[in-house]
Ligand binder design. Structure first.
Ligand code: FAQ
Length: 311
């Protein structure tokens, strides 16, 4: 038998309405959201590092200002998302502890290095591009605070995607060495960007339940397919080659056929053995330790203010 509150939850989901923090929800729904939103928040925070790498070396003041603003936006996205997760009863301290202990997931994509300036272009074009493709449907996620955070985040991501495209366009209109640097960067980021959508549908244990709860609206493979369809005409405008010799239009399917993704590499990265996993986590740990005095000072100040308020 279904309790009255559970029936109300089921009715809200069936009507494609929103669940809010004070509503009753099944444990599994709460856990799934905490899992997805905290991973998403950690991705934004760790995701500052590959681009942070170029802030001091951007090729002009204008590029530096744009990059600084973009990385700052990512910090903001992380903070909205931690707040959304907190409405489900998990604390920010716990999420942070899990991240720095290496126990929390964050997107595989941020475990790749960014050795050239062209990587700032590829990250914007491919990584933010994939993020938008995945996140636009999440604006309609059934959990209110998550869906609303996604609306703001997607607006900023679409600007990020365009600035990346523009960096690559400028390089592709440049010298042969600049064009080569842009193509090399696209070669390195293309496949990892496709892996951002998660494992193939028949190996995605969470998809069915997340779709039944209106958290996810499309499957991992459907979104990946949609992303590739968006990239092909943009790659033509840029003049870059997408590094997949098997990529071709399939008239019958009305979609692109593509080559096999290296899922062994994906699982290695998820297991902590990607090219930059150790470095990313160490940087995060160092930053956390370096911020200890700020947290202590803020807590001491808040305690003093509280005493004053009572007096
Ligand atoms: N990396 O059953 P599924 C950004 C895990 S964008 C690492 O299919 P689900 C913007 C998955 O968690 C990046 N782990 O799982 C930016 C699960 O493990 P678990 C962040 C992955 O949840 C741009 C297991 O594999 N975006 O940050 C990945 O239904 C530039 C089985 O997978 C989001 O997080 C992966 N790629 O679908 C920032 C979007 N894929 O938890 C800076 C929100 C799968 O059971 C610079 N998240 N796993 O231990 C989602 O849409 C979903 O969680 C998916 C995975 C689609 C990622």
């Amino acid at each position: 038998t279904v309790s009255a509150e559970e029936q109300q939850f089921n009715d809200l989901i069936a009507a494609d309405s929103r669940i809010e923090p004070r509503d009753w929800m099944p444990d599994g729904y709460r856990k799934t959201l905490i899992r997805q939103i905290s991973q998403h928040a950690h991705s934004e925070i760790i995701g500052m590092q590959p681009e942070g790498n170029w802030i001091t070396r951007a090729p002009s003041l204008k590029r530096k200002a744009i990059l600084l603003a973009k990385v700052q936006d990512e910090a903001g996205h992380g903070l909205y998302l931690y707040s959304a997760a907190q409405t489900l009863g998990v604390s920010r301290d716990l999420m942070t502890d899990q991240l720095i202990a290496g126990k929390a997931r964050y997107s595989s994509i941020f475990n790749y290095p960014s050795p050239t300036w062209a990587d700032m272009g590829s990250i914007g074009w491919l990584v933010d591009g994939a993020a938008i493709c995945n996140q636009v449907p999440l604006c309609r996620a059934s959990y209110g605070p998550y869906g609303r955070a996604m609306v703001r985040i997607c607006k900023e991501e679409s600007f990020h995607q365009r600035q990346g495209f523009e960096i690559l366009l400028e390089l592709m209109n440049g010298t042969p060495a600049q064009r080569e640097m842009a193509q090399d960067s696209v070669n390195r980021w293309y496949w990892p960007a496709l892996q951002m959508f998660g494992p193939p549908d028949d190996d995605s244990p969470n998809s069915a339940q997340s779709m039944a709860w209106n958290i996810k609206r499309f499957s991992n493979d459907d979104l990946r397919q949609r992303f590739v369809g968006m990239l092909v005409p943009q790659a033509e405008v840029l003049g870059v080659t997408l590094p997949d010799p098997d990529l071709r239009w399939n008239e019958e399917k009305g979609a692109y056929d593509m080559g096999e993704i290296d899922w062994t590499e994906f699982h290695e990265v998820l297991a902590g053995r990607g090219p930059a996993n150790a470095r990313r986590l160490q940087r995060r740990r160092d930053a956390h330790n370096e911020g200890q005095w700020v947290r202590e000072a803020a807590a001491a100040y808040a305690a003093k203010q509280a005493v004053k308020a009572v007096a």
